[in-house]
Write a protein that binds this ligand. Structure first.
Ligand code: HEC
Ligand code: HEC
Length: 475
């Protein structure tokens, strides 16, 4: 203050005297800038210590997470002997009838254990010419996949109703709304958990029989043929070491142990669950998101806009479990029919997910027709095939579908014989009421403004890329 009041009066206007207040203002401004920079640096370095509102400012300015967390990862330990055997099995093409296909052929370690190419579905079978039914999902993070169930978790209750009883009980319950960040609007009575696009396998061990015996995949004709291959494999000695000298006397047991070994490999090997994406590092306060990524994250979480987090959960659990970007539930999104699939040459064939035909236990629970598992979005932008029927091959097309399925359906579905748009054409008309039209972005109506602009879509895609793990250093 005293310095300011000592400033020259207008009555003595000399050029040199005028320079003094200017210098003072400059000095004051510099001091403010230095203080602000210092505060920003502090806030960026210790974002957890700053109050909520300031945290938001810091996030906006620096892209740092104002509320970093400690993420719980699986401890990294050397593979057990069981998992090492599983690894050999996973990469062994001689276990297929063609001799040319291993698990890794469709679940490539260099492609987040997903398909190594952009084919709608992979080919397999004895001559490697037969088309599969669905695109291979990524095998990453499956150790956290819960078992298949319907409705509220039955927990440890011995008298828990069977899954079929739960399904009938749920048949008339109105579907609850899924809002990013919000609590569910009613008791969840929806299918959840399980492996495969329709949840028909519960454990990784049980699941592995599927491809080995599937005629369009590894195409072995029986468990016995697989057992004979294992007995003659270069690693046969490992079986006797691990399971005893008489293991090969029981062929069913031989294969069961092999499947268990493969499951141990997927659970133990860190390459299946590294949690080292940019987003994980951001959650932990070790990385900054770009403005586009940050904006994309906010749209992803915004219940009125993209609402992706309504189903692809984006926040870490209270226990520090990293977010899996799926709620493990099933939804009918009504993606267009893929006419390039061999099975779809038959106009009467429909892959309806939970209600069949690849699982048969829910064929009468038609309220689940058309429902498929919500996949994780971790590493999804490394994929070149999307959805349960492989209809799309890039994220732009996936995003356009989410954005405009209702507002401009003619973009996605063909016109029927009557000239009308054949909406939801991969689900028979009587089951089309199962399709989700209540959760954003699907709540928009025909002709409405879509939930997202082109710029917003670009930013969401930028955010999705932050969910890609670093590729494994070596296999
Ligand atoms: C010809 C390609 C192919 C081969 C070979 C193959 N799979 Fe798959 N895998 C798929 C397809 C397709 C699916 C999805 C099938 C479905 O949903 O009905 C799948 C699903 C899975 C799943 C469930 C993933 C999830 O998110 O639910 C696991 C686990 C799996 N495979 C493991 C294996 C193992 C282990 C092997 C080797 C014994 C193997 N796969 C061989 C194509 C293949
Ligand atoms: C109402 C629940 C729900 C909402 C909301 C939702 N998804 Fe999905 N998502 C699903 C389901 C279910 C599937 C699988 C559908 C199928 O294959 O038929 C899926 C599949 C995907 C896939 C394909 C992944 C793969 O491996 O094939 C991507 C990518 C995706 N969603 C991104 C998004 C984005 C981005 C948003 C926000 C704009 C979003 N989802 C909103 C439920 C949802």
């Amino acid at each position: 203050m005293s310095e300011l009041s000592a400033s020259p009066t207008p009555s003595s206007p000399t050029p040199r005297a005028n320079a003094k207040p200017a210098r003072l203002v400059l000095r004051a401004a510099a001091a403010i800038v230095v203080a602000a920079l210092g505060f920003c640096a502090y806030a960026a370095a210790f974002p957890a210590d700053v109050p909520e509102k300031v945290g938001e400012v810091v996030e906006n300015l620096t892209g740092a997470n104002p509320h970093p967390v400690v993420l719980q990862r699986l401890p990294v330990a050397p593979l057990s002997a069981m998992a090492q055997l599983g690894k050999q099995l996973f990469f062994d093409p001689t276990l297929s009838a063609s001799g040319r296909q291993s698990c890794a052929s469709c679940h490539s370690p260099d492609h987040a254990y997903g398909p190594p190419n952009g084919l709608d579905v992979q080919k397999g079978g004895l001559a490697m010419t037969q088309q599969g039914y669905r695109p291979p999902p990524s095998l990453m993070y499956l150790y956290r996949q819960p078992n298949f169930s319907i409705g509220p978790d039955a927990g440890e209750n011995d008298d828990a109703p069977t899954v079929a009883q739960q399904a009938s009980a749920a048949a008339n319950v109105v579907k609850s709304q899924k809002t990013a960040g919000g609590a569910s609007t009613s008791v969840e009575m929806v299918p959840q958990g399980g492996l495969f696009w329709d949840g028909r396998a519960d454990t990784l061990q049980q699941q592995a029989y599927g491809p080995l015996l599937n005629p369009v995949e590894m195409a072995n004709t029986s468990v016995d043929t697989v057992a004979d291959k294992l007995k003659n494999a270069p690693y046969a000695k490992r079986f006797t070491e691990l399971f005893g000298s008489r293991i090969f006397d029981d062929r069913k047991l031989t294969v069961a142990e092999a499947m268990f070994a493969i499951s141990r490999y997927q659970v133990e090997d860190p390459s299946f669950h590294p949690y080292n994406s940019k987003y994980d590092r951001w959650l932990e306060g070790r990385a900054h998101l770009s403005q586009a990524e940050l904006h994309g994250l906010r749209l992803f979480n915004d219940p009125d806009k993209a609402n992706c987090a309504g189903c692809h959960l984006s926040k870490p659990g209270k226990d520090g479990l990293p977010p899996m970007f799926t709620d493990y539930q099933y939804e009918a999104l009504g993606v267009p029919r893929n006419t390039k699939l061999a099975q779809n040459k038959d106009p009467k064939f429909f892959d309806l997910g939970v209600c069949g035909p690849f699982r048969s236990d829910f064929k009468d629970q038609t309220q689940y027709c058309g429902m498929f598992l919500t996949p994780t979005l971790r590493n999804s932008s490394t994929r070149t095939v999307f959805f349960h029927n492989g209809i799309y091959h890039n994220l732009d097309d996936v995003m356009a579908f989410y954005n405009e399925r209702n507002t401009d359906p003619g973009k996605f579905y063909p016109h029927g014989a009557d000239g009308k748009i054949d909406k939801y054409n991969d689900i028979p008309p009587q089951f089309q009421k199962n399709v989700d039209v209540t959760d954003a972005p699907f709540d928009r109506k025909f002709g409405d403004k879509p939930a997202m602009t082109a710029d917003e879509i670009r930013d969401i895609e930028a955010f999705l890329k932050t969910l890609n793990d670093d590729p494994p250093a070596s296999n």
